[in-house]
Ligand binder design. Structure first.
Ligand code: C5P
Length: 297
């Protein structure tokens, strides 16, 4: 059973105060974009969970802490079956890049194991299990464009028109999400933080499929923290602007930088310019929105 799962970018990430559990209250707009990991689940005869990785998987461990592995165990527990499965994850989503690569693999494993074990788990139950695995995992099942509130796991679908062309500049080394949130708190220095919100201008941009307006509406409260931890990202963002991106933003907790291009041709030009400049390890292009975790074979 093979499942294809997209990456995400946050068009807006409004971070409220930290709660007692350490999690921050969010108002975010997720968009699923066309860079995909593939999770394959194969039956085994009673030998538990095994996991192997291929593709761009540097720095990912194929062990019981891996989110895909944990997803298989959680689903089996929930359904009261033994977790016998051989998982393979083919990675293209940057690792620790702010594009929910690990969350995508968890969502992929949930869908793949659910189908392999013929569980037909109701959608709401699968979404609840996803939320237990991580704040971004429900969105990786959902796909498309959605507003996330709470920790990011409570989703409301956003109806959009057309597609946007994205270019992603992927850094040499990832950033730790908890470290970026901690840095955001440190920079705020105990000041009162307003409740998180989603801007009307952004909603208007995605509903109209207006790339220019989308570019102007991108906003990420974690960006300042990601830039403090990784000052070189400033140059990456500036380069995107220099080459005519409609908007530039650090994706989620970074360090991937995302750019809105005018069209296919402009996306290619932008990708070439970023690659040639040597400011990032690699560049990927993808359209958004795309569907969430989906069985492909
Ligand atoms: O939910 P998830 O395990 O993906 O979150 C990873 C880390 O990101 C958390 O441990 C926390 O430090 C931070 N986080 C947060 N507030 C959120 C979501 C994540 O502080 N709403």
């Amino acid at each position: 059973m093979t499942v294809r799962v997209p990456a995400k970018v946050n068009l807006q990430l409004s971070v409220g105060p930290a709660g007692v559990d350490g999690y921050h209250e969010l108002a975010t707009v997720f968009q699923a974009v066309g860079i995909f990991d593939e999770v394959t689940a194969r039956p085994t005869a009673g030998s538990g969970v095994s996991l192997s990785l291929s593709g761009d998987a540097d720095g990912v461990e194929a062990d019981p802490d891996n989110l895909a592995w944990r997803a298989a165990v959680l689903l089996a527990d929930h359904a009261g079956v033994t977790p016998d499965v051989d998982l393979h994850v083919r990675k293209a989503i940057p690792v620790a890049g702010g594009m929910a690569g690990g969350s995508a693999d968890a969502a992929g494993a949930l869908v793949a194991c659910d189908a392999l074990w013929r569980l037909q788990t109701p959608r709401e139950e699968l979404m609840a299990l996803a939320a237990m695995l991580g704040s971004d995992v429900p969105f990786m099942l959902h796909g498309g464009t959605a507003i996330g509130t709470g920790r990011g796991e409570r989703l409301t679908t956003v109806l959009t028109r057309g597609t946007f062309m994205w270019v992603f500049a992927i850094a040499d080394q990832g950033l730790s999400t908890p470290a970026v949130y901690r840095e955001c708190d440190r920079l705020r220095g105990g000041r009162r933080v307003p409740a998180p919100y989603v801007s009307d201008m952004l909603m208007q941009a995605v509903r109209a499929g207006d790339s220019v307006l989308l570019g102007k509406s991108l906003h990420n409260d974690l960006q300042a923290a990601a830039l403090t931890l990784r000052p070189a990202l400033r140059q990456v963002l500036e380069l995107g602007e220099e080459y005519g991106a409609f908007g530039s933003i650090v994706s989620g907790s970074g360090p991937t930088c995302a750019f809105v291009a005018r069209d296919d041709e402009h996306a290619l030009d932008l990708a070439v310019a970023l690659t040639a400049s040597g400011v990032c390890r690699t560049v990927k292009r993808g359209i958004g929105p795309v569907a969430g975790a989906k069985i492909v074979g």
